[in-house]
Write a protein that binds this ligand. Sequence first.
Ligand code: ATP
Length: 776
Amino acid sequence: MEPIKIATQPAKRRRIGVLTSGGDAPGMNGAVRAVVRMAIHCDCEAYAIFEGYEGLVNGGNMIRQLHWEDVRGWLSRGGTLIGSARSMAFRERVGRMKAAKNMVLKGIDALVVCGGDGSLTGADVFRAEWPSLLADLIDAGELSPEQVEPYKVLNIVGLVGSIDNDMSGTDATIGCYSSLTRICDAVDDVFDTAFSHQRGFVIEVMGRHCGWLALMAAISTGADWMFLPEMPPQEGWEDEMCSVITKNRTERGKRRTIVIVAEGAQDRQLNKVPSSKIKDILTDRLGLDTRVTILGHTQRGGAACAYDRWLSTLQGVEAVRAVLEMSPSSPSPVITIRENKIMRTPLMEAVQATKDVTAKIEEKEFDEAMTMRDPEFKEYYNAYMTTATQDDPKKILPEGKRMRIAIIHVGAPAGGMNQATRAAVAYCLTRGHTPLAIHNGFPGLCRHHADQPVSSVRKVTWLEADSWVNEGGSDIGTNRTLPSADMENTAKCFELHKFDALFVVGGFEAFTAVSELRQARAKYDAFKIPLVVLPATISNNVPGTEYSLGSDTCLNTLIDFCDAIRQSASSSRRRVFVIETQGGKSGYIATTAGLAVGAVAVYIPEEGVDIKMLSRDIDFLRENFVRDKGANRAGKIILRNECASGTYTTQVIADMIKEEAKGRFESRAAVPGHFQQGGKPSPMDRVRAMRMSIRCMEHIEGYVGKSRDEIAADPLSSAVIGVKGSQVLFSPMGGETGLEATETDWVRRRPKSEFWLELQDVVNVLSGRTHATSNE
Ligand code: ATP
């Protein structure tokens, strides 16, 4: 991610307005909070415009200054606390004239608009008309030239708040992952009933023009069939759907049938495909006891998930930076995200690209619409199709090109490990490879060689793998032991089972294991096969990636814990909770969770803890409690990574705070421990597990037909897949420029440079604890 540079002195003091518009989305409050606090931090004033554009048109009390304390606790609140509306008045020039007058009267010359493509189009129209609106206001005698003079230039910055994820140019919109979480929770619950009664469920999710929610829900829940607006099924889909479902139930032994339908589902002639029609087909043709569940508005509300809190906060900060950096001629930007990189894109380009997708769908150019949606979308679609339909004879490789691909989990369990394995198995079966699960890591592999009666290397069937679709942890078993514990035997087992490739899912141990195997290639030919690591660890400390499977699940579990514990101190209690997070010597989880819960301070091993820091933080808490009088009063959170300091333990810090508070507030230590590994994986970990796992399989397949020496000579034959900035790519382990030599801090078991360190600044700025890093 780009370093977040925080300006402290803008060229000119500004009044920045912020509004939320269109359908509400979880995370909008986080965006408003970030805009308000970042604006104040940058010596600007922040104004909330209540009820979207309606408030701008009506003015008066609907445009109010917000202060630092006003947005306390907003990160965890659902919906939008400043209200949203669909304003007919703003669609008319007369309405926009009133809006312009209100802005000048309030002295606001920059607007951050959080909404969907309609809201952003409205914002762009407003900016384009701004000079003429002001001229008309002068002509009409409503404003004087002197009044207008300081406001000649209007800056607009867009934030995309929408649960549908329907904006081109960004991987995610604020709210889409929260909504997906709600959907997956509901489908996971329906699963149990569907299984018990061997029923079919047709589940309708939101998405009138965009199938992102439906597609991701189908991937996350292993749906049998799905309907997306942008990729209608082929003619005769009724027969095909029935045949796939029959096959899943009879040959594959599935007891439950799930069909996910986007609200805007349609056929190739653009006729709506209603859920009721799908239900009737399943009931009449297959005699399946089928129910329809329309999830409706449950998908919209509720608190934002970790990703939406993180995204809305960083994008809100970036929006203020953009306002302060814009020149009168720069096009209005919308703040986007590509993989892990927050970016700025010309607003109208993104809006136009979104409209182009809708136009392509109307022209029945479905393939084009899919490609134009965003680069990830088609990849996810193909990934889903790989798992849903595995018997396309065209995809099977000829006999000589099929591989025996071993799958192993190494290290602690993490959400997404099962889903990555499930996707790898699906890919292998589709292509004719043999997926071999190694049970219980390297010791499991070697135990077998020592003549154990039960083999720990087994071919995985689809029925077995499919059942892992929403399960947490590691079903095949994971183990921390490295191959160096018995390299000789490990090599023998590789030969014995005729492994052609090894797919390793795990954390820093997985990385170390592959490093050891790569180095042992000099002695053992058995390791001259593709060795690929898919990082999966809640610590997110694997070199070569900014994201590891399981870290999102962990963050969601942690923020639920923090929200609940903080709530316990609402009403009269003035309490600070010092919460200990996992993460080993990496402060990633603590910092990102700190960002997502609005922690007062975060203590991480990378910075350490000392007495001056604690003393300043206690002073800061004291001031904080004095100011903390409003309705949003609740407990305050300090997050401390388990390895932040050997001396200042979580309990010691809590005790010191209590002692120093001298009765003005109290303090408690809390340790969520293994609770952080989470139950069911978050949808983000599930969908990314599938996508990255399939990429790994494709990478491995690229070595088909190569000799062992050719493989060993290719640096990418031992590699880590990872998110780096705006890309997903493979990085070689070995060689002069490989991860082992250049990017790994072996002693501290983390990457040498950690992309997220600058997030500490954001946590500090938004909590008001700006003294933290000036730790002389
Ligand atoms: P969602 O994705 O939830 O539909 P949206 O932002 O696309 O969100 P819209 O109803 O299209 O929702 O737009 C919200 C508001 O933005 C409208 O009520 C209107 O006030 C304003 N708006 C939309 N399009 C325009 C436009 N072309 N000109 C002026 N204002 C507009």
